[in-house]
Design a binder for this molecule. Sequence first.
Ligand code: ARG
Length: 463
Amino acid sequence: MAKNSKGQKMWGGRFSDKPSDIMQAINVSIGFDKRMAAQDIAGSKAHANMLAAQNIITDTDNAAIQVGLEDIQKEIENGTFPFRDEFEDIHLNIEARLRELIGAAAGRLHTARSRNDQVATDFRLWVRDALTGFDEQITSLQNALLSQAENHADTLMPGFTHLQVAQPVTFGHHMLAYLEMFARDKSRFSDCAKRLNESPLGAAALAGTPYPIDRDMTAQALGFDRPMANSLDAVSARDFALEALSTASICATHLSRLAEEIVIWTSAQFGFVSLSDKFTTGSSIMPQKRNPDAAELVRAKVGRIMGALTSLTIVMKGLPLAYSKDMQEDKEPVFEAFDALSLALAAMAGMVADITPNKEKLAQAAGTAFSTATDLADWLVREMAMPFRDAHHITGTIVALAESQGKALHELSIEDMQTVQPQIHEGVFDVLSPQASAASRTSFGGTAPQNVLAQVKYWKTKL
Ligand code: ARG
């Protein structure tokens, strides 16, 4: 059972009997909330300094508390801190250890504070730190995409819609599409970090406190922009965690799409790219196999991450103000989802850097399935001043003709094409190759190699 800084049971004054083993088992959270130890110590140090500055505790007691907390920090870093189930959670574990180290002064630390504002503060700090980590990891992934884009600004590949060959694009352009998505993920994480950056500390249990505390001082010491304005909200809000999880879910969705493309591209049927031994595995029975396991696992991680969002949303749904113990269930989904996202980002950055595109295969595929049919229609519009809908119809007839002869568009003779549209002339062959098609798409945001290089230049200065 949780004990106070005198070694008494934490709420022993009111209680005479021990909790049942099952009560302890369902209540204990130290197994996972120990991950917030550093944040808990930082919060306690800021709180004690403020209490001393406001003459709520003496400087002597504060000095002892500061030293004790620093010693605890070292014990945690060295792996010697005794995490004990009997003290329930990280807050009570640290307070109990502080008492063992510094004696009675430890009992003054919890003045004008509750575990409710303490846990809300710790968790915000923890999520804030994690968001900074994601920012760095996404930047690494973007750099890997950027260097592929630069090396393959003019490497052709088929662009797809409905997973059917649509129009030729460049591999670099495809890489930059993901770079853009991850840029938005980064900006969502940074919005989230800004919004969560208010301090719950000093809200106490739910109603504030009669002590003359200085919440601006603790907020500033912990790097928060300001104290939260409503004590009830401060202890009950978990939307910062939901927002971080929903942003993580969107980011994981982007990762899963890229992962899926890698799975498809590395298949024998596509053969668009290969991965090295570093990011593939073999089969225990089929000696020839090289499987894209890392990509598949990245593709799957989104399940856990969205599961975490669902899980916490359901925990929070319908909870009355202010704190309820339900909210202790907020941390595990966040920890699990963030670990999964962090690993997925690292694996994806590694895989993207490891990808070797098969240029010949990609170029050949870029020209299949009449991928330049739109270029033919556009040529008819330009050369014959034809309405696009008419050009579309004529091109469709020419495609059917090519298909019936088992030829690509550029393999048809001019006479064949003239049976459909008598004014077609040799100039049409200039637009029928996949290179010409991609190179012609110079509209802003289009796939032309020169556009890709311009975007590469832009992102190099930005990242
Ligand atoms: N371990 C608790 C949690 O994670 C700390 C807050 C406990 N507050 C309380 N009133 N029992 O939510």
